[in-house]
Ligand binder design. Structure first.
Ligand SMILES: [Zn+2]
Ligand SMILES: [Zn+2]
Length: 382
């Protein structure tokens, strides 16, 4: 029983070293570097779209329009870089930003002719990385600034670089993930029933979407629960739980085995249901947004919705290392299956006081990637 547990408020000290303050040049420095890096990567994507962009995503965005935005990105990177010299601080960041943008200009800039590309099988999702990064910064970082749960938590919090590395890897690998997920699902072709699929497709779009959400939720619930309850699988998933400050970037931390297996598992019900592209697109968009949202440092008033869908408070409890919250809140979309299988933990207005794992994990990308192996070896060589 958990009623004897005393909930405490989490204390977050303001880290002045890591804080962004206006007029110091630090904001300009980081804006210059990030815009410079994104510009350079974008130009590379326009140069080699067959190898560096995602077939599925290219159909959704307007490459010519984005090239117009790229122009602004490049000039703003230069502008912010110069600003660091005016403010006389963080000039190294400004120099790096200007350097990256200069290379972007040198290899073609924002005037490259648009190339038509055939559907390539395997490519790097540079376009997905850039668009997801910009979208997350605009939507989620703004929301976090407007409605923060922990006001003192800074953007460049501890281990943000590590999570950015995960963000990059998981987005670049999108085409490999899709190929793997489709391949895995297609092995269940014997279970496809055309009559059943036809009757699903004849129902209203909203009903199909609900069906997809609930069936994906069911699969994700059990996949997630197994990662927690099967001893051999836990070290893979523990990587995701090793974050100790949650925000929009924290949810990216995930072992590649988990990332690949999760997408493959969720593809199976979508494949068997045979819903149309429109429903699939809606589901993928909602799922991607919710996956980021639930990790955010965000205290939005969800009202009664918090007892229907997975919200930041619900998933933050899943990341808590406090006793009553261990191995609870597995759901990804709605809270239905946590409620049905009695693994729900949502104590009123309380939020966790502590995040992370009860056993410490390595703090580097390589260390965490090898953790499923090293954690087993350490049992034998103690
Ligand atoms: Zn988990
Ligand atoms: Zn999570």
């Amino acid at each position: 029983m958990t009623h004897d547990y005393e909930y405490q408020d989490r204390q977050v000290e303001l880290d002045r070293e890591r804080q962004f303050r206006l007029g110091e040049g630090k904001i300009s420095g980081y804006c210059s570097v990030f815009l410079g890096a994104l510009s350079l990567l974008s130009v590379l994507a326009y140069l080699y779209p067959a190898y560096l962009t995602t077939t599925e995503l290219r159909q959704v965005y307007d490459a010519a329009f984005l090239q117009g935005l790229l122009k602004y990105g490049m000039y703003f990177s230069l502008f912010f870089g110069i600003l660091t010299f005016v403010l006389k601080k963080y000039r190294l960041l400004g120099t790096i930003g200007i350097f990256l943008t200069t290379i972007a200009f040198a290899i073609g800039g924002h005037n490259l002719p648009l190339k038509g590309t055939e559907a390539h099988h395997l490519s790097l999702g540079l376009d997905w990385l850039i668009l997801a990064f910009l979208g997350s910064v605009f939507i989620f970082m703004s929301l976090e600034k407007l409605f923060p749960k922990y006001k003192n938590q800074v953007i460049l919090r501890k281990e943000w670089g590590l999570d950015l590395a995960y963000f990059c890897f998981n987005h670049l690998a999108i085409s490999a993930i899709i190929i793997y997920a489709n391949h895995t699902a297609s092995r269940f072709h014997w279970a496809v029933n055309p009559d059943f699929q036809a009757s699903v497709q004849s129902t209203p779009v909203l009903f199909q979407l609900l069906l997809v959400i609930l069936s994906a939720d069911f699969v994700l619930y059990w996949e997630h629960r197994l990662y927690h309850e099967v001893k051999l699988l836990w070290p893979v998933h523990a990587v995701h739980h090793s974050v100790e400050d949650l925000d929009w970037l924290a949810g990216s931390r995930g072992h590649f085995i988990q990332v690949f297996s999760e997408r493959a598992m969720v593809m199976l019900p979508l494949y068997l249901l045979g819903v149309g592209e429109q429903v699939l697109g809606l589901y993928v968009t909602l799922a991607a947004l919710q996956a980021v949202l639930i990790h955010c440092n965000l205290d939005l008033p969800f009202g009664f919705l918090k007892y229907i869908i997975v919200t930041p408070q619900f998933h933050h409890w899943h990341h808590s290392s406090e006793r009553p919250a261990i191995d609870t809140n597995y759901s990804a979309h709605t809270i239905l299956f946590d409620w049905v299988f009695k693994t729900m933990h949502l104590p009123g207005k309380h939020w966790p006081a502590k995040y992370g794992t009860t056993q410490p994990l390595p703090r580097t990308y390589l260390g965490q990637t090898l953790y499923p192996i090293t954690s087993q070896l350490s049992k034998y060589y103690k």
